[in-house]
Design a protein around this ligand. Structure first.
Ligand code: KG4
Ligand code: ZN
Length: 326
C-alpha cells in the first residue's frame, strides 16, 4: 500500500511516498528557514503563504521521486495538528483536493504521533511496549506506547519545550536561528564544566522544566561580560541532555519498556543520541537526523497504521492547531 504523506504544520513544506508504512520511496522537504531566520523565528503568516507556493511542486517531486503516478497511490495522509492553523490549512486543503480528484481515501494525522512513527521507517521494527521521548520545538513528552494507537502520557514539560529552550538560549548567545543545531555546533568547542547550570529534576514526576535553565543561562551571560558562548552552549546542552536521559531511563526501567524511541527535532542532537544510547538499559532507537525533524515520510507511516486500524477521515476533516496525543 503506497501512501502520499503531506506535512505543513510549521515551516517545512514536505511530501513523501511510503510503502506499507515502513519503506520510504521518496521524502522531499522544502525548508523555509532562510526566510524566517531574518525574523529570528517562524512568522505564521509568512509560513502559510510559503506553503501555498511550495506545496504543489514538492508533492510533484515526491511523486516523481517515487516513480509513482496517481494510479499507484492508494491513500493520502496529512498532518492536521498540532501546528500553525494557516500552515496546516494549506496541507489539508491540498490533500482533500487530491483525494476528491482521484477518489482516494485520506486520513488526518497527529503530528506528534507522526514523529513517533519516524522510528518505523528504518531498521528493525520497534517492539512494544516502547517508551517514547518526543523532543521538538513545541513539545517535550514522555509517553508509554503499548501498541499502535495506544498512548499513555507519563509526563511533559511544565514550561518551555526542549527545542524552544535551545532556540531561546541560542538567541541569548546570538548564535542565530534555528538554535538547536547552532548550540550543538558551538558546544563542540566549549567546556561544559566551566559554568555548571542547574537541572530541574521535578522528582517523583515524569515532567520536565527548562525555563529555569534558560533564565540561569541568561543571567550567566549578563553577569559575565566576554564569557565564551561555546562554554555556555556546552553547559546548557549538558544540562538538557542529562535531564532528558536520566528521566527517560528511569521511566523505561520502572515501566519495563522493551525499547526507548527518541523522536522530534531535538533528537537529531548527537550529544543526546550518544548519552541516551550509553545510559539506557534497553535498546534505543533514534531515526536519522533527517527523519527527526519535520518530514512527511513519518506522516505517511502514521497514516498507514491508522488506516490499517480501520480509520479514515471524511470531508469534514478540519485542522486542530492544539491537538494532543492522549
Ligand atoms: O520536530 P521539529 O523539526 O519541529 C517541531 O515539530 O517543533 O523540531 C524543531 C526543534 C527546534 O526547536 C530546533 O531548534 C530543534 O528542534 N533542533 C535541535 C537540533 N536540530 C533541531 N535541537 C538540538 N540539537 C539539534 N541538533
Ligand atoms: Zn515536528
Amino acid at each position: 500500500m503506497k501512501i502520499l504523506g503531506i506535512e505543513t504544520s510549521c515551516d517545512e513544506t514536505a511530501a513523501a511516498v511510503v510503502e506499507d508504512g515502513t519503506r520510504i520511496l521518496s521524502n522531499v522537504i522544502a525548508s523555509q528557514v532562510d526566510i524566517h531566520s531574518r525574523y529570528g523565528g517562524v512568522v505564521p503568516e509568512v509560513a502559510s503563504r510559503q506553503h501555498l507556493l511550495a506545496a504543489l511542486p514538492i508533492i510533484r517531486q515526491a511523486m516523481s521521486g517515487a516513480s509513482a503516478g496517481w494510479d499507484d497511490v492508494d491513500a493520502i495522509a496529512v498532518t492536521i495538528g498540532p501546528g500553525l492553523a494557516g500552515s496546516l490549512l494549506v496541507g489539508v486543503n491540498m490533500a482533500k483536493a487530491m483525494a476528491l480528484a482521484r477518489g482516494l481515501p485520506f486520513i488526518g494525522v497527529n503530528h506528534l504521533e507522526a514523529h513517533i512513527y519516524a522510528n518505523w521507517l528504518e531498521g528493525e521494527q520497534p517492539r512494544f511496549p516502547v517508551l517514547c521521548l518526543i523532543v521538538s520545538g513545541g513539545h517535550t513528552d514522555l509517553i508509554l506506547m503499548k501498541d499502535h494507537g495506544d498512548y499513555q502520557i507519563l509526563g511533559k514539560t511544565r514550561d518551555d519545550a526542549a527545542g524552544e529552550a535551545f532556540d531561546k538560549v541560542a538567541r541569548i548567545l546570538a548564535l542565530g536561528y534555528p538554535g538547536g543545531p547552532a548550540i550543538e555546533q558551538a558546544a563542540l568547542d566549549g567546556d561544559g564544566s566551566r559554568h555548571p547550570l542547574p537541572r530541574a529534576w521535578l522528582k517523583g514526576t515524569d515532567d520536565f522544566s527548562f525555563s529555569g535553565l534558560k533564565t540561569a543561562a541568561l543571567h550567566l551571560v549578563q553577569e559575565n561580560e566576554g564569557i565564551a558562548a561555546a562554554d555556555v552552549a556546552a553547559s546548557f546542552q549538558e544540562s538538557v541532555v542529562d535531564v532528558l536521559v536520566a528521566k527517560t531511563v528511569d521511566a523505561a526501567t520502572r515501566l519495563r519498556a522493551r525499547q526507548v524511541l527518541l523522536c522530534g527535532g531535538v533528537a537529531s542532537n548527537q550529544a543526546l543520541r550518544r548519552a541516551m544510547t550509553e545510559r539506557s538499559p534497553v535498546p534505543v532507537h533514534v531515526p536519522t537526523p533527517l527523519l527527526c525533524t519535520d518530514n512527511a515520510a513519518m506522516t505517511a507511516s502514521c497514516g498507514y497504521f491508522r488506516l490499517q486500524a480501520g480509520e479514515a477521515s471524511g470531508w469534514d476533516l478540519d485542522v486542530e492547531p492544539n491537538l494532543r496525543l492522549a
